[in-house]
Ligand binder design. Structure first.
Ligand code: ZN
Length: 153
């Protein structure tokens, strides 16, 4: 099995067996909705914060396998991290998708499976959808924990 095949298997596994996929989260502090009109991906993300740490994060939505699997991976990678750390990891994931190398490979977990997506610019927004929703949710929390909706383009 080639590395590309292995990564594809990891992505499909998250798509078929999503982690932390839910349309609700008890006591969540922030709810954001992001979409990727280029592909038609829609994603809701709910974040609960405790002690400046990602206590829980769930996502729900409709979209391509890349967008949904990436959100699943994101929830696993950031749960339990403090907000600054989760933000930093999100930036590492973003840079990887822009072909700028892989930092914090271990912390990205199954996120490394998406490195090949960098070769397909049209899919980069799919892979980033959940992570950008998280980044937005963290920013929103810091600004006072509101509930809002945005479109990611
Ligand atoms: Zn997509």
């Amino acid at each position: 099995m080639s590395l590309d095949d292995l990564y594809m298997e990891m992505i499909l596994d998250h798509y078929r067996n999503p982690r932390n996929r839910s349309s609700d989260l008890d006591g969540h502090d922030v709810h954001v909705h992001h979409s990727n009109p280029l592909c038609g991906d829609e994603l809701d993300l709910r974040l609960r914060v405790a002690d400046d740490t990602v206590d829980a994060v769930v996502y729900d939505g409709e979209g391509c396998s890349i967008s949904m699997a990436s959100a699943s991976v994101m929830t696993q990678a950031v749960t339990g991290r403090d907000l600054a750390d989760a933000d930093d990891l999100t930036e590492c994931f973003r840079l990887m998708l822009h072909g700028e190398g892989i930092k914090r490979e271990e912390d990205l977990g199954d996120g490394v499976a998406f490195q090949g997506v960098a070769k397909f610019p049209v899919r980069v927004k799919c892979a980033l959808l959940g992570w950008m929703a998280l980044k937005d949710a963290i920013t929103t929390y810091r600004e006072g924990g509101a509930e809002h909706r945005v479109t990611h383009e």
